[in-house]
Design a protein around this ligand. Structure first.
Ligand SMILES: Cc1cc2nc3c(=O)[nH]c(=O)nc-3n(C[C@H](O)[C@H](O)[C@H](O)COP(=O)(O)OP(=O)(O)OC[C@H]3O[C@@H](n4cnc5c(N)ncnc54)[C@H](O)[C@@H]3O)c2cc1C
Length: 355
């Protein structure tokens, strides 16, 4: 089968990888450079997503935990297990028993090859781990494990797998139109394929719309921003914002501290960048927990990405991170999809194109 993939983010690359592994002739079109959008603007976590358990998304968490473990095994040079701590304060909205129940389930869902079990740490153990952590009202906290990755380089590693299996990757070639007959029109010319997958992430729905292809699902585009400071914290932290109780991370990442993220609706025609309001929100949230107060002048880098979520709730935190595939004739469109689950998504795209 001659197949085209539109989009060189992790989901497009993983789809191309699954198809080349199955022996198909694959051409991937990326309008700019590979891994230049959402897939390199993530929180860098290979994770099940502890907080999705609160919303009852057990199947998604189970699949994500299996995939987390798979990436850690496949690419040990670009990934590693990361110890995360959830501190419990007298003022925390989530009680200790609730966290304990969630982490117990998280460990069970990770299965036998989980990377470590959760454990309770007293206040002394926590401040030993991170001397900077504000100990006022601190009761202790739970430590648990997830994975961390260099998202950009891990995506390029997947691209190398695609090329080594004979897949063709056309960078700087934007797709202008698709149809359900296997036709793809790019800036450079027209092509015909047996099957086409639109895996353009946040831009997937817009591409179908301008091609006159109806969409059975609609995307909710939610921007998320991160800040980077010099110096690594002693551990990764999963914290709740004092302003609205939203979960956010403060993580060690390549010698720096990565703080994020936010949830703000984004239009595709607006510039994609961390706003001043998001910057202040993240600084306030981080400074609430750590004694060394950071200001705008301490930010060494800020970046933003847009999540392609399937529209399902007014509250962005509650919008499901599940993905859906829709087939019309020879065209399969992908809506949504986390980084961690890209391999599974890619396998499903390959199956859907063959069907
Ligand atoms: C702030 C934030 C934090 C996140 N953190 C995590 C995390 O820690 N762990 C996790 O598992 N997930 C995380 N996610 C989710 C994850 O990053 C995304 O769901 C995933 O990267 C989406 O990948 P994609 O390939 O679908 O989209 P993208 O990476 O956006 O790729 C789509 C590609 O399509 C290209 N394209 C668009 N239109 C065209 C066209 N017409 N022709 C050719 N090419 C086109 C774009 O240039 C782009 O490269 C996070 C998301 C955000 C926004």
């Amino acid at each position: 089968m001659k197949a085209a993939i539109i989009g060189g983010g992790i989901n497009g690359l993983a789809s191309a990888w699954a198809l080349t592994q199955a022996g198909h002739e694959v051409t991937l079109f990326e309008r700019d450079g590979l891994m230049g959008e959402t897939s390199s603007a993530s929180t860098k976590l290979l994770h099940g997503g502890l907080r999705y358990l609160e919303h009852g998304q057990v199947r998604l968490v189970y699949e994500s935990l299996q995939e987390r473990n798979w990436w850690l095994r496949q690419a040990p040079d670009l990934t590693h297990p990361l110890r995360l701590v959830v501190p419990v304060y007298r003022t925390s909205s989530r009680p200790r028993w609730k966290l304990k129940a969630g982490l117990w389930l998280y460990d069970r869902l990770a299965g036998r090859d989980r990377i470590g079990s959760h454990q309770w740490l007293g206040p002394g153990e926590l401040t030993e781990l991170a001397a900077d952590l504000d100990a006022t009202g601190l009761k202790g906290g739970y430590a648990f494990y997830d994975g961390q990755m260099d998202d950009y380089r891990l995506g390029l590693w997947v691209a190398d797998q695609v090329r080594s299996l004979g897949g063709a990757i056309h960078e700087d070639e934007a797709v202008e139109r698709v149809d359900t007959e296997g036709n793809v029109v790019t800036e450079a010319g027209s092509y015909r394929f047996d099957a086409v997958a639109n895996v353009a992430g946040p831009w997937a729905e817009a591409l179908n719309e301008r091609s006159g292809v109806p969409c059975g699902y609609h995307l909710d585009l939610i921007r998320g921003s991160h800040l980077l400071f010099e110096g690594e914290p002693g551990a990764g932290f999963l914290l709740e914002s004092p302003r609205d109780g939203r979960a956010f991370f403060s993580l060690p990442y390549q010698g720096r501290t990565l703080v994020g993220t936010t949830e703000v609706r984004q239009d595709l025609d607006q510039p994609l960048a961390c706003s001043e309001a998001e910057r202040d929100y993240l600084l306030e949230a981080h400074n609430h927990y750590f004694r060394e107060q950071r200001g705008a002048g301490d930010i060494v880098e800020a970046f933003a990405g847009v999540r392609p979520l399937i529209r399902s709730s007014e509250d962005p935190s509650r919008v499901s991170r599940e993905y859906k595939l829709e087939r019309r004739g020879r065209l399969v469109t992908v809506y949504g999809g986390k980084w961690t689950t890209a391999r599974r998504l890619g396998e499903k795209v390959a199956q859907a194109l063959k069907a």
